[in-house]
Design a protein around this ligand. Structure first.
Ligand code: ZN
Length: 148
């Protein structure tokens, strides 16, 4: 394993063990529930908006290391972003975890630590569950979403 792969592995393990922004959000504007029946991942994403931007976000749930680390990393990178910026970021992230190059000009930052998921197609849904759930919260969808 290269040093870089090792580093990325550390990021995933760390976020799984000590997820950031974990727990219910006070004064939330919207919330959504997401499930990945293929793996058994289940999580809820809470968001608070301010002037069209995500002012605060948290998640809570159970699942595999990839789903938890991905949700934790997501909550760290989307604060302060508009829904358009989030869509751009999610599209780039989705490209990378499915083995496609990230579009020019999009900085994935810490999200790149999940790029290794591309080698495990079955894990793509684990890595993207939090994002699909976030989109449901942004859209104000009440029904739980599922990756199936
Ligand atoms: Zn999973």
């Amino acid at each position: 394993m290269s040093d870089l792969a090792e580093l990325y592995q550390q990021v995933i393990l760390d976020h799984n063990k000590r997820p950031r922004n974990f727990g219910p959000l006070d004064g939330l504007d919207s919330s959504a529930q997401g499930h990945n029946p293929l793996c058994g991942d289940s999580l809820r994403v809470d968001i608070k908006m301010d002037g069209g931007k995500v002012a605060d976000v948290s998640f809570e749930g159970t699942g595999c290391a990839i789903s938890r680390a991905s949700a934790s990393l997501m909550t760290e990178v989307i604060k302060g972003l508009t829904t358009d910026e989030i869509e751009t970021l999610f599209n780039a992230f989705h490209s990378v975890v499915t083995g496609e190059p990230a579009p020019d000009g999009v900085r994935l930052g810490k999200l790149a630590s999940l790029a290794g998921v591309a080698e495990f197609p079955i894990r793509v849904k684990c890595a993207t569950l939090a994002w699909h759930t976030l989109n449901a919260a942004l859209d104000g969808r009440a029904d739980p979403i599922t990756t199936e």
